[in-house]
Design a binder for this molecule. Structure first.
Ligand code: PGA
Length: 263
C-alpha cells in the first residue's frame, strides 16, 4: 500500500473540503500532480477532493501516470444498504480511491459525529485495506481548560477501538486543534510538538512503542508556506493536513517541498 508509513516519510495531504467545481478540481489535481512529481519522492503527497469529483480526478491522474494519492474526506462504515447519502469503503476502492479522512473536526462539530461513529468508520476502512487519516483535536474551551491531551487520548482510544496492530501501516493520525482550523491561528511548534508527543504515547500504550514509532502523526490547522518549515522540523510532526492552503497548487506545493526538505 503506497500510503504506507514506512520510515515515517513525511505525508502532506490537501483537504479541499466543499470547494472546487468539476473543471477547477481537475485543473488543481493536475497542477499538484505535476508539481509534486518534480519535488521527488522525499515526501508523499495526497489530495482529498469532494466525493463527486473523485472519479474524474482519479481517472485523469491515472491517465497521466501520476503517483499523487487520492483520498475521500469521509467514508461510511456499512458496506451497503439503506444509508441515504452515505458512501462505502467498497465504493471508494472501486474508483481507485486509496484512503479516507475520518473524524475531521467539521464532521465532529458541524455534522455531529460521535467518537464511536468515527471509530466504526476507521475500523471498517482499515479492515478492508483502505488507508485512513484519523483526525483528532481539542476545541478552544478544551484547550483553555487544560484538557488538550485528555481530549486527544479519548478521541484516539475511541477512534482506534476496532483497529488491529496489523492494520496500522495504512493509518495515520492528524492532530488538528479545532481553534486553529481555518482561523489563521496555528499552534506554536512547541505546543504542537507537545501534543504530538503525547499522541505517540497513547499509540505506544495501545499497540507498543515500535508501532508508535512507525506511526505518522500529521499536524493540521492553518498550515501555510511560511509556517510549514518550523512545524515540520519538530521531531514528532510527520507532515500536514492542509485545508485553505491546498486550494491553490503554488502554496500547497511549497508546503510539500518544506516537508521534503525538513525531514
Ligand atoms: P486549514 O484546514 O488548513 O484551512 O486550517 C485544515 C483542515 O481542516 O484539515
Amino acid at each position: 500500500m503506497t500510503m504506507s508509513s514506512a520510515a515515517r516519510k513525511p505525508l502532506v495531504v490537501g483537504n479541499w473540503k466543499m470547494n472546487t467545481d468539476r473543471a477547477s478540481a481537475l485543473a488543481l489535481a493536475r497542477d499538484v500532480a505535476g508539481g509534486s512529481a518534480s519535488i521527488g519522492d522525499r515526501v508523499v503527497v495526497g489530495i482529498c477532493p469532494p466525493f463527486v469529483y473523485l472519479d474524474a480526478v482519479v481517472r485523469d491522474l491515472q491517465a497521466a501516470g501520476s503517483k499523487l494519492h487520492v483520498g475521500a474526506q469521509d467514508v461510511y462504515f456499512e458496506p451497503e444498504g439503506a444509508f441515504t447519502g452515505e458512501v462505502s469503503v467498497g465504493m471508494l476502492e472501486d474508483l481507485g480511491v486509496e484512503f479516507s479522512l475520518t473524524g475531521h473536526s467539521e464532521r465532529r462539530h458541524v455534522l455531529g459525529e460521535s467518537d464511536e461513529l468515527v471509530g466504526k468508520k476507521t475500523a471498517a476502512a482499515v479492515s478492508a485495506g483502505h488507508g485512513v487519516i484519523l483526525c483528532i483535536g481539542e476545541t478552544l474551551d478544551e484547550r483553555r481548560a487544560g484538557r488538550t491531551d485528555a481530549v486527544n487520548e479519548r478521541q484516539l482510544r475511541a477512534g482506534l477501538a476496532g483497529v488491529g496492530a496489523e492494520q496500522l501501516s495504512i493509518l495515520s493520525i492528524a492532530y488538528e486543534p479545532v481553534w486553529a482550523i481555518g482561523t489563521g491561528n496555528t499552534a506554536t511548534p512547541d505546543d504542537a510538538q507537545s501534543a504530538h508527543h503525547a499522541i505517540r504515547g497513547v499509540i505506544a500504550d495501545l499497540f507498543g512503542a515500535p508501532e508508535a514509532d512507525r506511526m505518522r502523526v500529521l499536524y493540521g490547522g492553518s498550515v501555510k508556506p511560511d509556517n510549514a518549515r518550523e512545524l515540520f522540523s519538530c521531531p514528532d510532526i510527520d507532515g500536514g493536513l492542509i485545508g485553505g492552503a491546498s486550494l491553490k497548487s503554488e502554496p500547497f506545493l511549497r508546503i510539500a517541498l518544506a516537508a521534503a526538505e525538513t525531514r
